[in-house]
Ligand binder design. Structure first.
Ligand code: CMP
Length: 138
């Protein structure tokens, strides 16, 4: 699993029609797409996915936003995929995101920040399994 990470193109980016551009940038950065699908999460699914944040003050806002429209879930492969994907995404807060990152170019706020990425190999495996069956991964 060490070369895999999990990503989401969040509802704000899909609503704005930026998902194609973001997929292009992912491929241009050398990732292989091992799994990809457009889904519309229920509030319960979003609450399950973000359960580690359930005590945070922004949990309600986060899960409502993540279930507010379609998103694209991705299983991505590259050497050192977890840090490589986090680097391409940029800082969580787009105001702090570096030039050339996805959040600099496509995110509007810390809540509506265009993309999600796993923070560790262990969580990448858990997050991929949350959304993909084995048959859906190539
Ligand atoms: P993500 O990488 O998807 O993981 C947790 C998310 O919580 C994070 O991206 C942000 O979009 C969101 N988040 C973090 N801090 C805040 C905040 N202060 N207000 C709203 N959402 C936040």
């Amino acid at each position: 699993m060490s070369n895999l990470t999990f990503g989401i193109i969040k509802p704000d980016a899909v609503r704005a029609g930026n998902h194609g551009k973001i997929v292009d940038r992912i491929l241009a950065a050398g990732f292989k797409i091992r799994g990809m699908k457009l889904i519309h999460q229920s509030l319960k699914q979003a609450e399950g996915f973000y359960a580690v944040h359930s005590e945070r003050p922004f949990f309600g806002e986060l899960t409502e936003f993540m279930s507010s429209g379609p998103c694209v879930v991705l299983a991505l492969e590259k050497e050192n995929a977890v840090p490589a994907w986090r680097e391409l995404m940029g800082a969580t807060n787009p105001a702090e995101a570096a030039e050339g990152t996805l959040r600099k170019d496509f995110a509007s706020s810390i809540g509506e920040n265009a993309v999600h990425g796993s923070d560790s190999e262990e969580n990448a495996a858990i997050e991929i399994a949350y959304f993909f069956s084995k048959l859906e991964l190539v």
